[in-house]
Design a protein. Structure first.
Length: 414
């Protein structure tokens, strides 16, 4: 048998016991040997192995990557049968190792906790009252642990107790004057009413010697400066928490107009206009809380009407928060409608729709000008106007039927 010019001499398959792997290799070699000479990787110079191709490669150009230093070779002219299709090959230079790597380092290391501090935080997590009390008492005497230490998640013992809703541990920690910080805001966000009440009644100690410096840095706070307890409570719409705060005499800042030129608005907008707009949105989101309106407004219907109209106008100006303002406007409309649905009779509905500030509806029997209904139409409160008129009509119809039935029964009895 005549040997192939590109393969070594291979004995006859019939005389040798060939394994499956060797047979596969043999078939691949035969397939490659049958290819045209220009496309055979064993016989060309493109792969750098085998017999060199006698036809030279023209138009080779090496391009170097600025990051990984990989050189790219572009062949504009190739041997037949594909002379017009450029191929790309890559090679790595000697000085290209580790040039395409981004170095990483820890910019804010976790606070190192001693074994006693780890045991202290673990006891708070488990709700072990006796162990926590013992650790706090020993800290006052021996100063072996920092009662305001922070776990890897950035939580103090007080925040851990709030997350677990363990009121006994919270009361114990407050009795030892642990650092409070944003604990009230965390309790409001978690809607732990008992913890909010304990924190509101807690008297902060004078002086800040026990406060760790890391907690005094505002960048470690989870809340922006414009988020106050009443604003956050209104965002959660928790009636009990809002009631506790209102009883303490808290107040909500009055939002300024979008184009207000006061010193505070101008300076805040110059520093960060997006945060300034978001701060206004947070205030309006709090004012639109149904629980806050029901608790703090003497006329919930009028407040809901005016606030809904104002929010709708703001959605046309504050383009970046257009959808948020429209949603709050719809929320106020829905609150007014739901409040109107609480009427138990057509008489109550008439009193609400005819209500005026200068007239007592109990004294004026013939006051049927529907002043509040007209006000709803003025502020484009379609839900209230449509529902009120429909319910009033049905109520009067039911009342007329009831009176007609009473007259018929009296006539029969007579």
């Amino acid at each position: 048998m005549t040997p192939h010019p590109f393969l070594p001499s291979i004995p006859s398959v019939s005389l040798v016991r060939v394994s499956l792997k060797e047979l596969v290799v043999l078939l691949i070699a035969l397939a490659l040997a049958s290819l045209p000479h220009g496309l055979n990787p064993l016989g060309g110079t493109l792969m750098g192995k085998g017999v060199r191709n006698k036809e030279p490669i023209r138009g080779r150009e090496w391009l170097s990557c600025p990051i990984c230093q990989t050189e790219q070779a572009k062949f504009h002219s190739l041997p037949t049968p594909h002379p017009n299709n450029p191929l790309l090959y890559y090679r790595r230079t000697d000085n290209s190792s580790y040039r395409d790597r981004i170095p990483l380092r820890i910019v804010r290391a976790e606070s190192e906790l001693s074994p006693l501090e780890k045991a202290y935080l673990s006891a708070v997590e488990k709700g072990d009252y006796a162990s926590v009390k013992q650790a706090l008492e020993e800290a006052e005497i021996y100063f072996k642990i920092n009662i305001n230490c922070i776990d890897p998640l950035g939580r103090t013992a007080l925040l851990i107790a709030i997350e677990n809703e363990n009121l006994e541990i919270i009361e114990l920690l407050l009795s030892f004057n642990v650092y409070v910080g944003d604990a009230l805001l965390h309790a409001i966000r978690k809607e732990v009413v008992g913890a909010v009440e304990l924190l509101l009644n807690h008297k902060k100690p004078s002086g800040g010697m026990q406060v760790p410096p890391i907690l005094l840095d505002k960048q470690f706070s989870d809340f922006t400066p414009d988020i106050t307890p009443i604003i956050l409570a209104a965002h959660t719409n928790n009636y009990e928490i809002i009631k506790l705060l209102v009883q303490k005499g808290v107040s909500v800042p009055q939002p300024h107009e979008v184009r207000c030129n006061c010193v505070e608005c101008v300076s805040s907008s110059d520093v960060d206009s997006l945060r300034h707009s978001r701060s206004r949105l947070n205030i309006y989101r709090a004012l639109a809380s149904p629980s806050l309106i029901a608790l703090s407004s003497e006329d919930p219907f009028l407040t809901a009407f005016q606030l809904s109209w104002e929010l709708q106008e703001l959605s046309k100006v504050e383009n970046e928060f257009k959808s948020e303002y429209e949603e709050l406007s719809h929320q106020c409309k829905q609150f007014a409608k739901d409040l109107l649905d609480q009427t138990r009779s057509s008489r109550e509905l008439e009193m609400i729709l005819n209500f005026r500030d200068d007239i007592n509806p109990l004294e004026e029997e013939n006051n049927n000008d529907l002043a509040r209904l007209k006000l709803a139409i003025k502020y484009h409160q379609k839900e209230v106007a449509g529902g009120g008129v429909g319910e009033l009509g049905h109520g009067r119809e039911r009342e007329a039927r009831r009176q007609s039935g009473c007259r018929e029964r009296r006539d029969v009895m007579d």
